[in-house]
Design a protein around this ligand. Sequence first.
Ligand code: ADP
Ligand code: MG
Length: 264
Amino acid sequence: MSRIFCVANQKGGVGKTTTCINLAAALSLKGQRVLMIDLDPQGNGTMGSGIDKRTLKNSVYQLLIGASRFDDVVVRALPEFSKGSYDLLPSNRDLAGAEVELVDIAHRDFRLRDALSEKLADYDFILIDCSPSISLLTLNALCCAQGVIIPMQCEYFALEGLTDLVETVKFVHLQKNRYLDTIGLLRVMFDSRITLQEQVSDQLKSHFGDRVFDTVIPRNVRLAEAPSYGVPGVLYDPSCKGSKAYKAFASEILAKTKSQSTPS
Ligand code: ADP
Ligand code: MG
């Protein structure tokens, strides 16, 4: 049975997509069967996985509104890599329309969960890249996930808005999806030479304790370059600092999930 994580933070540019594609590839490198879902109409996770969002026949939009089946939407990302490739439900700007259309559709918070229900045995991990908002799309992600990974930069305003997301996760846990019970904060784009970042990092740890992942992702230019080649950093330059950190993060996720039971 798969473990489902969404990567969320209502701020843009905080490293959600970078985290999602690198974790997908890193888990695949470790022999895991991975599905990544691009739930952001910007389609950055799609492009960063080497799939051209402008030429999609079907996207996650068609899946959510019931116009296409899973098997007609899923594509294999990065098949040229013998290790590190993964399945992808791609997206593009069409998905922006789903927000409006889903409002009138029954069971609208659970469209994604329903669409995945017959595929859970096919994957060890399902990773959902969310858009920078707490929208109906993000709600769909939370309604089928067991965990939320929140990438954060250790900056002064980093904690701003976090409360809203944590409250939303609590609400979804209580009202809609009792399996959603794990929140993990991932420190990204970290630069230990900056004293303020060390201070915010310490504050995060004292406030959130073991809900802060041990792994810290450094600021690393190779991670930023990689998407322009349509490849996650861990495959583009496996030995750079950023890639090593994401591979360590995959190990941490694997170790953490091993001990937890999966819902039936
Ligand atoms: P989000 O999905 O939250 O909007 P992205 O993952 O697209 O954020 O990251 C925003 C920008 O920061 C991108 O240009 C990305 O390449 C860059 N970036 C992300 N993580 C790192 C990192 N660890 N080091 C350097 N640049 C990074
Ligand atoms: Mg993104």
